[in-house]
Design a protein around this ligand. Sequence first.
Ligand SMILES: [Zn+2]
Length: 90
Amino acid sequence: MKERFFDRPGVKPLISYLVVILVFGVIWFIMGTINLKGSERAWNNGKCPKCGEELKFDSAVGHAFSTGFVYHCENCDYVIELSGPKNKQD
Ligand SMILES: [Zn+2]
């Protein structure tokens, strides 16, 4: 009788492991996409949402799985942290 692939020892734990990694990968991707969209809205093309002044780059802060880019408004001290460096679009 031919041995089936899934009946081999070690295959099932391996598949479970891969499924877990895949699920986490998908969750991470979805979270990243949501974060990026929120980030685009918060960026507001480089304008402060409070007073309309230009936002200035402040610093980059490291997180466990990402880097945050902090921008602030010199006029009213509004601060936002974005998931990536931004460039103004004309
Ligand atoms: Zn401002």
